[in-house]
Ligand binder design. Structure first.
Ligand code: SF4
Length: 249
């Protein structure tokens, strides 16, 4: 099936941005030169490079054999692809832990000064969960987590430490049958963990793919503060803007 802009596979990270403003996603394809990376984005790039610089590179076949063997393994930034309603999608989960052939922990690392998790970040992780399931991996009992670190953390590899904290909380969450648990108490680290729901991932993908399959026009945000800070608005490219752009950007 043909997608908007003939763009495929569609990355999970771009699908997630539709929850920030779908109109902005659409404009980013029409005006690819309008990019204003944030401080968090720059730190994020450094952080991911540092975190995974020590990881061993494995082939797809080696990964399959290791998972099947039941050994405890963790994968970093490993590509997973699949389709949803005939459209190709792809994702690179930051961290997936397998034990006894099951995907048990799926984490995404963010570098930000905000001590909170945004809906788009949860949706991105849920799409990764969908892709694991689509690749015939056992996601029954999978716990998803978004770990938000201060940007200063980006220069030191904290993956093992954070994964260990997340693992403890994930066990507690399973034991107590909770819907969500937050990682708090450290001023430089905040996290949210919750059980993966395949139904919820599919529901969100179904909405998102309506845009990519050209079944509907891109939806603009309903939040004026986003338009105020939007670079497409500042460049006079968005007719759906709810307010004037901020001056002196
Ligand atoms: S101005 Fe508002 S509606 Fe338009 S792209 Fe930017 S955030 Fe979205």
């Amino acid at each position: 099936m043909r997608t908007r802009f003939d763009f495929k596979p569609i990355p999970a990270s771009i699908i997630a941005e539709q929850w920030y403003c779908e109109k902005a996603v659409d404009l980013s394809f029409r005006y690819p030169n309008i990019v204003f990376p944030s401080e968090e984005m720059s730190f994020g790039t450094i952080g991911h490079e540092v975190a995974f610089s020590e990881a061993e590179v494995l082939t797809e076949q080696e990964i399959k054999i290791l998972i099947k063997s039941g050994k405890a393994i963790s994968l970093a930034e490993t590509p997973f692809s699949g389709t949803f309603q005939g459209l190709a999608i792809k994702g690179y989960p930051d961290y997936v832990e397998f034990r006894q052939g099951k995907a048990l922990l799926l984490l995404d690392f963010k570098f930000s000064r905000y001590r909170r998790v945004f809906p788009s970040q949860r949706i991105q992780v849920d799409i990764y969960g969908y892709l694991l399931n689509k690749n015939h991996l056992d996601t029954e009992g999978l716990i998803c987590g978004i770990m938000v670190m201060s940007p200063e953390f980006s220069v030191v590899d904290q993956t093992d430490l954070i994964a260990s904290e997340a693992r403890k909380l994930a066990s507690k969450l399973r034991r107590e049958n909770w819907e969500r648990v937050d990682l708090q108490g450290d001023p430089d680290l905040y996290g949210e963990l919750y059980p993966f729901s395949l139904n919820s991932a599919k529901k969100n993908l179904s909405w998102a793919m309506g845009y990519w399959a050209k079944k509907r026009a891109p939806r603009p945000t309903t939040r004026a503060y986003k338009c105020k800070a939007c670079s497409f608005n500042a460049a006079g490219k968005c007719r759906a803007a709810l307010t004037a752009p901020k001056k002196n950007r």
